[in-house]
Ligand binder design. Structure first.
Ligand SMILES: N[C@@H](CCC(=O)N[C@@H](CS)C(=O)NCC(=O)O)C(=O)O
Length: 219
């Protein structure tokens, strides 16, 4: 049985989890915090989550894991058959992750963890996020899925990353950088009506509440 290592608050963990659920692949969740310990680095060389354990072997990087899943479990495909259309799905994933989520991530300390982000970082992030959002608006189809008529890995990425991009920008700048992209909200609502996305989000909410309660108890 496949083992997914990480925790349900992580968007990258949830991207893989929702793909596994959508593809109806059996898997076990193994709670694992991020770590730079030698033992953990053997499973995940950057010390990040998620990782996937396959018969005692480990794979890291959520997109690599998704590619493995698609190659090994072709049933319930999350890539279109057409090669160019597949490239389009990967293009949207890359824009969302590299030019939106990874950029917005620099705000998370202030948005979610009680820290402070310098004005310089805020300015850089705002400028770079504007470009990422522009690229996303150009590429996203919402017909009804983000890359076209069928659910794909791009939806697994969009469904977990876009809410964080919205929320972190809203908290830090007082403005949701996705507010002008009107289809985003109904699209996320539509995704959440799918049992796989609903389960992933319900688990995420419970894990977030448990984490907040543990923090409050500590302080
Ligand atoms: N590119 C990685 C990103 C994974 C990632 O950044 N995970 C976060 C949690 S959402 C993490 O492990 N952070 C801890 C760290 O960066 O050390 C992937 O796609 O799996």
């Amino acid at each position: 049985m496949l083992k997914l290592g990480g925790f349900a608050v992580s968007n990258y963990y949830n991207k893989v989890k929702v793909a596994l659920l959508e593809k109806a692949i059996a898997f076990e969740e193994v709670y694992c915090p991020t770590s730079q310990d030698e033992a953990y680095l053997k499973r995940s060389p950057m010390g990040k989550v998620p990782y996937l354990e396959i018969d005692g072997q480990f794979l890291c990087e959520s997109q690599v894991i998704c590619e493995y899943l698609e190659d090994h479990y072709p049933a319930n495909p999350l890539y279109p058959k057409d090669v160019f259309a597949r490239a389009r799905v990967r293009e949207i994933i890359t824009v969302i992750e590299l030019h939106m989520e990874l950029v917005a991530r620099r705000l998370y300390t202030q948005a979610f963890f009680g820290g402070k982000v310098s004005d310089e970082v805020k300015q850089h992030v705002e400028r770079d996020l504007a470009k990422g959002v522009r690229a996303f608006r150009q590429l996203a189809k919402f017909t009804p899925y983000v890359a076209g008529a069928d659910l794909s890995y791009a939806d697994c990425a969009a469904g977990v990353h876009l809410p964080l991009v919205s929320l972190s920008s809203k908290i830090v700048y007082g403005r949701d950088v996705l507010e002008d992209c009107a289809p985003v909200k109904p699209y996320l609502k539509m995704l959440n009506e799918r049992p796989a996305f609903r389960k992933m989000n319900d688990d995420r909410k419970s894990a977030t509440e448990a984490m907040a309660a543990a923090r409050a108890k500590k302080s």
